[in-house]
Structure formats: C-alpha cells, structure tokens
Design a protein around this ligand. Structure first.
Ligand SMILES: Nc1ncnc2c1ncn2[C@@H]1O[C@H](COP(=O)(O)OP(=O)(O)OP(=O)(O)O)[C@@H](O)[C@H]1O
Ligand SMILES: [Mg+2]
Length: 588
C-alpha cells in the first residue's frame, strides 16, 4: 500500500484542528499526512476531499501553523502496529506509548514507538515449511506475560501462500524475519513479528462469526443472573453522573472470564484518566493472583487532546482487540465513556459544517455507533479455534436523559442494556442497575437459552423469569402502598413488595468493595436464586403489615451476612440454619 511517490500539498486554510490543503496529486479518504511546522511534523487524517482541496483533521494543536506549510501524504490510513509487547501498555489514541512521555501527554509532533524493538522474545514455531497459509494463520508463538501471543500471517496478505522458511525455536526481536512465504506466482514475502492494520477497518481473518451463545460470567449477580452478557456479546451502561459506571466497569474488568482486558478511557478531565493509570495497576487479578495490568491494555484520551486523536482511540482499542481475538483469546473491551467519543465526532462534524442531526451530532451517528459495536463478536478461526471480543461501553447522558442521541443510537447497537438509576444510586443500592428497565436480548436467543439450561440447570430460565416478575410486581405494589397508605392496601401488597425487596437486597445489591461479595461465581448465584425463590414462593399468613416488614427484614439481614461469607463454609451453613429457624417461627 506504500506509495512510490508521495502526494504533496500545501496548507491553504486553518480552522482550529481542521486544515485545508491544496493537493498536487491523488489522496484518499482517511489517508494520513504530515504537515511540516518548523522542526515538527504534525500528523493529520483526510476527512473530506473536494476537487483539489483535502480537508484534514490534525491530531495535534495547530498553534503557529500558517498557510503555505508543506504537506506530505503517506499513502496509507491511520494504522496500529501489532506485535508482541502490547500487553500492559498505556497508549493514547494514536498508539503513542504514554509511559515514554514527559508529563501527562506527549509534546507536539512527537510520536513514540508502540513496541520495544530491542527486547528478545522466545519464539516457538507452530507451522512448518510447505504449509499452506492465509491471513491470520498462526506461524508461531511467543510468551507475553503468560499469554500465548500468536505470530500470524499479516491480515493484509490476500490469497494463499506456502511457507518456504520458518525460524526455529529461539530468541528474536520483533523485527527479525521469522518466516518467508510465497504466493502462487512464486513471489516471496519475508515476515517479522510485526504487522500494521488500519484502525477503521475491521479485521475479518476468521472463518465464521455466529451469534454469540455462551454466557460470559462477570461475577456481578444482577448481570449474570438477571441479564447475562455473552462471550462476544455487546452491552452498554448508561447512567447519570456519579451513579457507578466506572466502578461497575472496573468490577467487570477484574472479574469477567477474559484473557485480555482492553480499556478505552475517554475522560472529561486529564485527572480522570490519570486515575486509571494509578488505580488500575494496583488491582489484583483474582484469576491469576498477579496484577490485573499484566493482561490489560489501556488506551487513554481526554477532552484536552485534539478531537481527531479522541475519535481514533476507540478504533485503536477495537483493532488491538481484533488482533488478540485472532490469536484465539477471549478479549473484554470496555469504553468509558463513549459519550465523550461521540462528542469528538460532533465537534468534527460541526467544524466541517455538515448538516447536523439531533443535538448537533452527525446525521450518521447511529450508523457509526452500530458499525463500531458490530466489530465485537464471537469467531471461529480458520483453524477451528475460537476467539471473542465482548464489548461494554458506558454512556453518560446529559441530565440522565435516556432519549438523547448517543443513548438512543447505542440502544440500537448493543444487545444488553444496564441502565443505572439515579434513585438507586441515591439510596446506595449498588450496583445501581435498574432491574426493571434493564435487559439482555441474549435471553431470547434459543442458542443462549439452550446453553444456560445445559450450563446451569433445566429450570434456570424459568427461575430468572420468576425473579423478574416478582421485581415488577413488587414495584407496582410499592406504588399502590405509596398512594393508598400502609393500611389502605391488602396485606398481600406488603408481602409482594417485601418479596421483591428480598430479591433486591440479596441478589441485585452487591458490594464491589468486599472481598467475597464483589464477585459471585455462577454456582453460588444459582444457589442463592434457588434459595430466595423458595421463600418468595412460600405462602405466609401475616396478620399485620408490620409483621411482614419485620419478618423480611430479619431474613434480608441474615441473607446479606451470607453474601459476605465464604460459600459453603461453616459460617455459611450457620446462616442457612438461622434462615430455617426464622422461617419456622413464621410458619408456626
Ligand atoms: N457497586 C458499588 N459498590 C459500592 N459502591 C459503589 C458501587 N458503585 C458505585 N459506588 C459508589 O459510587 C461512587 C461513584 O461511582 P463511579 O465513579 O463509578 O460513578 P460514574 O458513573 O463513573 O461517575 P462519572 O459520571 O463521574 O464518571 C463510587 O465512588 C462509590 O463510592
Ligand atoms: Mg466514571
């Protein structure tokens, strides 16, 4: 794709980060160019071409830039560099290594190498001379922080190739030639451990991408039990300011059964993003006992970064995710918050003076969001192995208005909706996921239903529906009690309400900061739901509404202590016994 003769041009107009360039030759949409400004070269991307004028968005401040400056077009799109050594890195949206920077962000015109070119990796070949290969096929692997990092035939290679040479087991740098392949015409290509890929194009070097069907355990009960996400599934978490989006995303990152976690941190202020760098490395990985950061990649940007760099960051994160998925790994991709990303789209669109859609977002916002979400998914690779990207984005709707364009568009794209409610957050019912408004469309997929029944038990779906039904009826009962007063409704209303409170306190509410309660394995979730439903389905004979509340409060208290106790321990069994006693007392 490298051009022999790079197209040149010169700056003819500047509007903040949008620069108009008069070009002397052909340029492509989204092509990368460099604008020279004294000693510095500013990277930019073509976003519109009209006749001889290319509109480019500069990834940096254009301070000091004047008309007449020379521009060189590179002949390729914005690309990421893929190879061993990406794990546990902190990058910005252009894949600059933020640990190599001075201060919080890079100096203008400075770009760093995303990979370590000196480090030697222990390479093990997985293919042999004579093997027929195509894009994405595994040639060998190196150990990257305990993960088998596959060295693959570059995704850009089209057609079938034959391996002529492959390196033996040994230590090599990423730029060492590890294989030579020839195409049908005998043309030879030398391959290293590094390849590049344009971020805005999905990597499709897999055989099949069926609908996701397997439960992805997160340890968060109100997700796994009530509205499960699948391996390769998509979900989003909208919530007003301070309702627990970030805490929930961190809990999921920590606990979900993923091999690789990628975080696209789109922050409002620089310090929010700095928090990620200081807090995340400290988090312990409950799966390995090591630090979570060892299998995490962070792509960060803040509102003071130029709009184009912010826009690029989620694509960079997704492309890196696709790279690891092609290795047969389970990738969890989190973006917090995608509203900031959409704001970058809006700024750019406004600067281009495009016809605006609702709230001045671009007209094609929905398509852009859907297109992005559709890159997640569960895949069968060419060799029959599987890989997945599960994507969960947060959305911060202004004023908590779920009808605003970003939330609405995301709702169309994502299959799970975990709406955080201000009222629940205010009453400290964490995680504040609204049990009535939230949903998982996966529960309607026959293949997911089948998988849940097989993996958990035959009556699981039925039980989940019962729990949802009680929550809904509890809410209705509460509304009636609020209108008519405690004495104004039949005692059964109180019973229904308190049964839903039991589910709320025991299943839905979960302390993200408690060692045991933070993460509940599926077998324990199953046990708790069964136990709670037994109570919910019992008939009691109460004489007064106060009797109802004191009975359920006692139960809830015991159950809550159980949640903080190690599963099936002596203490746990003691709580079970106490529960029985409370029940017996009521039965008499
Ligand atoms: N699951 C939880 N368990 C206990 N406390 C929680 C939980 N979720 C949220 N909180 C509390 O709520 C506070 C705010 O949460 P968080 O920072 O995640 O909100 P946010 O929605 O990301 O906010 P912002 O809109 O500012 O990004 C936390 O500092 C914590 O005290
Ligand atoms: Mg947050």
């Amino acid at each position: 794709m490298e051009k022999e003769n790079k197209t040149k041009g010169k700056v003819v107009g500047i509007v903040a980060n949008l620069v108009m360039v008069e070009v002397e030759g052909p340029v492509a949409q989204n092509e990368i160019c460099f604008i020279s400004l004294g000693q510095e070269n500013l990277m930019a991307e073509v976003i519109k071409v009209v006749g001889k004028i290319a509109y480019v968005q500069v990834f940096e401040s254009t301070r000091g830039l004047k008309p007449g400056s020379a521009v060189t077009f590179e002949g390729h799109l914005l690309e990421v560099t893929l190879g061993p050594g990406i794990l546990s890195r902190n990058y910005d949206g252009l894949q600059n290594d933020l640990d190599k920077m001075e201060g919080i962000f890079l100096k203008r015109g400075e770009y760093t190498d995303p990979l370590n070119r000196e480090k030697k990796w222990i390479f093990k070949p997985l293919a042999q001379v004579g093997d027929e290969v195509q894009a994405g096929d595994w040639l060998g692997e190196v150990d990257e922080n305990g993960q088998p990092h596959k060295i693959m035939v570059p995704f850009k290679m089209k057609g079938t190739f034959t391996i002529q040479e492959i390196a033996g087991e040994g230590e090599y740098t990423v730029d060492h030639t590890i294989a030579s392949i020839t195409d049908g015409a005998g043309e030879k290509t030398d391959l290293t451990m590094v390849q590049k890929w344009p971020v805005k194009i999905a990597i499709t070097a897999f055989k099949e991408k069926p609908r996701p069907f397997k439960l992805l355990e997160t340890g968060v009960r109100c997700m796994d039990t009530l509205n499960p996400i699948t391996e390769g599934g998509t979900g989003f978490i909208p919530g007003p300011f301070g309702t627990g989006k970030t805490v929930l995303q961190h809990a999921i990152s920590k606990q979900a059964e993923a091999d690789i976690v990628i975080i696209a941190a789109c922050g409002e202020r620089a310090n929010e993003v700095v928090e990620i760098f200081t807090e995340f490395p400290e988090l312990e990985d409950p799966r390995t006992g090591k630090k979570l950061i060892e299998r995490t990649i962070i792509i960060a940007n803040t509102s003071n970064m130029p709009v184009a760099a912010r826009e690029a960051s989620v694509y960079t994160a997704m492309t890196i995710g696709e790279y690891y998925r092609a290795m047969g790994l389970k990738v969890l991709l989190m973006a917090d918050s995608t509203s900031r990303w959409a704001q970058a789209l809006r700024e750019m669109s406004n600067r281009l003076e495009e016809l605006p859609g609702p709230d001045a977002f671009p007209m094609d916002l929905s398509a852009v969001i859907s297109n992005f979400y559709s890159r997640a998914g569960f895949t069968y690779l060419n060799n029959g192995k599987t890989g997945s990207i599960t994507f969960i984005g947060t959305v911060s709707p202004a004023g908590g208005n779920l009808k605003e364009p970003v939330t609405e568009s995301t709702r169309k794209a994502a299959r799970c909706f975990y709406g955080l409610s201000q009222a629940r957050a205010d009453s400290k019912r964490y995680p504040a996921i609204d049990p009535i408004d939230s949903y998982s469309k996966y529960l309607e997929y026959p293949e997911v239903q089948e998988n849940l029944e097989k993996y958990i038990n035959k009556s699981w779906l039925n039980d989940v529906m019962k729990a949802k039904d009680i929550l809904l009826r509890g809410k209705e009962a509460m509304e009636q009690i609020n209108i008519l007063g405690d004495d104004g409704v039949p005692i059964g209303f109180h019973e229904t309400f308190w049964k839903s409170e039991l589910i709320d306190f025991v299943i839905l509410q979960q302390d993200a900061f408690d060692k045991i309660d933070a993460s509940t394995p599926m077998n324990r979730q199953q046990y708790m739901l069964t136990k709670v439903l037994q109570l919910v389905e019992s008939n009691f004979s109460f004489h007064h509404f106060e009797e109802v509340s004191s009975f359920f409060k006692e139960l809830i208290n015991e159950f809550k202590q159980m949640n903080y106790t190690e599963f099936e321990s002596e203490k746990f069994k003691q709580h079970e016994k106490t529960l029985e006693e409370i029940m017996q007392k009521q039965a008499n």
